[in-house]
Design a protein. Structure first.
Length: 163
């Protein structure tokens, strides 16, 4: 079989005979016929994986696969940036209230109220989000609507899946 691998020039996907989705992950069945020179040789492996909701989309998260390509979430970064800018505006007196911020920016004041806690995210969390290393299911909506953000940075890391 090792000689067959050395001579083989096909694409890796040419070996895939079947892919099944199970509760535990992906079950890959690979045909080794072309590599071994014999018919009927297959190998089946389970790739542990979970399915996570991310906003309106679903993502496959392969367990223990190492670092995937990091991709920052622009909506999440924008929300954090806005929250920090609004907090700065309140602190230095450019705005007198959250309602004043909402009126100035032409948005709903409940939106400002919902985003404002993001101004107090731990720096390590913000850095991870900027680098695209946040958990797959961490979105702006999840952060604002589904998570009661703790004040302590270590508690934030634990509750948001960074610890």
């Amino acid at each position: 079989m090792l000689d067959g691998i050395a001579r083989w020039e096909g694409e890796p996907l040419d070996l895939v005979q079947r892919v099944d989705l199970s509760a535990d992950g992906l079950v890959l069945t690979l045909s080794l016929d072309t590599l071994a020179g014999e018919a009927g040789l297959t190998i089946t492996r389970l790739v542990p994986m979970t399915i996570r909701r991310r906003g309106v989309e679903m993502r496959f998260v392969i367990n223990g696969a190492g670092a995937a390509t990091a991709k920052a979430d622009p909506a999440l970064m924008k929300a954090i940036t806005r929250a920090r800018a609004w907090f700065d505006d309140i602190v230095i007196g450019r705005a007198t209230s959250l309602t004043a911020l909402a009126q100035r920016d032409g948005i709903n004041d409940s939106y400002v109220r919902n985003l404002m806690p993001l101004a107090f995210l731990a720096p390590t969390i913000v850095e991870a989000i900027a680098a695209g290393r946040q958990p797959a299911d961490l979105t702006t909506e999840a952060l604002v609507k589904r998570v009661q953000l703790p004040l302590g940075w270590d508690d934030q890391s634990a509750s948001l899946g960074f610890a």
